[in-house]
Design a protein around this ligand. Structure first.
Ligand code: URA
Length: 200
């Protein structure tokens, strides 16, 4: 069993926060362990909770369309969430839930060592862009500890607000160029709130 698989098994048994009581299945994340790109969403929704897989509902179909724009399939990237169990009624994750689940996401990033971490939506963005507003910083990469963090709107936001669709597609189209330039992108000073990112 790979370390990623062992981690997924640990997530499936996790009782670190109360969300484990309501889950059908935990959703550790899936994709290639050698992925250059990781996409990090917010939390599992209804379908994800049923299947134990990330982004399998409407937002997932849109994410797959976005990946197609840059010639990728979901198996070629790694897709995970900030929290691994579905919040009741799809409410926003609570700070204590995000904190309890953080070691899992940290470890996934550490094991996969992606060049690019695409954060989808504001809960995911907070890791590298604390206190930022997504409307201001989407599409602007920042390198921290050798990893480029690239904030994008959540695909579900574009489904609810069709005017965002083009923005999301344009941000996606820049990814191949970012990967190519990865080595030249300068390191950002670490925001104090993201101190823990020093770990990787
Ligand atoms: N939205 C998310 O943020 N993650 C999923 O896995 C599905 C929908």
């Amino acid at each position: 069993m790979s370390e990623l698989e062992a981690l997924a098994a640990e997530v499936a048994r996790c009782t670190r926060c109360l969300l484990h009581r309501g889950r059908t299945k935990a959703v550790p994340g899936e994709g290639s362990g050698d992925a250059e790109i990781m996409f990090i969403g917010e939390a599992p929704g209804f379908h994800e909770d049923q299947q134990g897989r990330p982004f399998v509902g409407a937002a997932g179909r849109f994410l797959e369309e976005l990946l197609e724009i840059i010639g990728l399939k979901r198996e070629e990237v790694f897709i995970a969430n900030v929290i691994k169990c579905r919040p009741p009624g799809n409410r926003d994750p609570l700070p204590e839930e995000i904190e309890a689940c953080k070691p899992f996401l940290d470890r996934q990033i550490e094991l996969i060592q992606p060049k690019l971490v695409v954060t989808l939506g504001r809960f995911s963005m907070v890791r590298a862009f604390p206190k930022a507003r997504i409307s201001r910083i989407h599409g602007q990469p920042r390198k921290i500890g050798g990893v480029i963090y690239y904030p994008m709107y959540h695909p579900a936001a574009a489904l609810h607000q069709p005017s965002l669709r083009r923005t999301v597609e344009e941000d996606m189209r820049r990814i191949p160029e970012l990967l190519q330039q990865a080595a030249q992108i300068a390191e950002s000073p670490l925001p104090p709130e993201a101190e823990q990112l020093r770990l990787f």
